[in-house]
Ligand binder design. Sequence first.
Ligand code: NAD
Ligand code: IPM
Ligand code: MN
Length: 365
Amino acid sequence: TPPHHVAVLPGDGIGPEISKVAVALLKQAGQKEGVDFEFTEAAIGGAAIDATGSPLPEETLQICRQSDAVLLAAIGGYKWDQLPPEQRPERGLLGLRAGLGTFANLRPAVVLPHLAEASTLKREVVEGVDIMIVRELVGGIYFGQPRGFSTNEQGHKIGFNTMVYSEPEVERIAHVAFQLAQKRQGRLCSVEKSNVLEVSMLWKEVVSRVGEQYPDVELSHMYVDNAAMQIIRNPKSFDTIVTGNIFGDILSDAASMLTGSLGMLPSASTSDDGPGIFEPVHGSAPDIAGQDVANPLAMVLSAAMMCRYGLDLPQIAEHLENAVSAALDAGYRTGDLHTPGMQRVGCSEMGDVLTRYLVGEPAPV
Ligand code: NAD
Ligand code: IPM
Ligand code: MN
């Protein structure tokens, strides 16, 4: 069988540390199954700014376009925080998402049995949580025009953005969400702010209309402020959530704390055709970068999502997921998840543990 071409974008901060763990595991799992991966590394974000002056060099976009899937770690850091908006690392990531047209961002928040104790919320609240957040990723206020800085009539400097969605943009993300809900528990909650925003009134109207094609899915609507509260109060009341770009960004970080740590949440961003982007929900964590203490599990689980949704390699995905469960089951925890009585490990050490479970020799560290 021909090799699977994967573009690897380590980016900034903890990005290179967690990428190393995920790529090593993919190689191991590939060997086990006779699957060949070909990894091509490319620069993005701050690292790309330093090397080329651009957060998304044309060469990187080309490498990604020609790959079967993109495995991205994280971008950003203090060093580049003072740059003008169009030169920031974040623009590289947004440009990649737009360039590949990955409009559907799937962010599962699943509480693994071993981690119910690690959440800041009570065990009985989080145990068994399994939420799928479907976030629209290439529209909304992140991309709407006009945007920029200006001066108002009083001579004050102003900053402004535009939250805008068109009917087709809402339709396509709604279809993705309804079809996912069908394969899950059949409940979809659309989250918006239609009591205030026109863009949300349109969102709600279009999602409701698309819903008529999915009579087997139970559709509900919720304002985003209430959703932020309900996700903490009673997370098990949610099955699938569909929402716009910025609301999905915020709700997914909130949902991560159900699972114990932001370092646990993977994501998959897919388009209608072409390669998807697979990346953790968290950022480059500059506060802990270079210390080999980051949790690589969100990155490993993103690699698993890549295998399942992007490369049609479910058996590899299972190897990665099983290794993660086995390591947690055995009590290995990075600092973000550490609780008394558990075995604290660093990032590369966690990688070694995962590798050992993957190749089937679960010796202690
Ligand atoms: P962050 O997600 O990087 O970090 C938030 C907090 O969570 C930090 O305390 C960090 O140490 C911790 N954390 C995050 N991931 C972790 C992991 N894997 N293991 C252990 N701890 C982890 O968010 P931030 O601090 O607000 O942003 C830092 C930079 O990352 C910014 O430049 C931001 O723009 C960027 N960012 C990038 C992405 C991305 O590349 N997809 C996502 C979010 C933020
Ligand atoms: C995420 C990040 C990005 C976003 C930033 C870094 C552009 O927070 O992937 O959640 O807001 O989409
Ligand atoms: Mn975010």
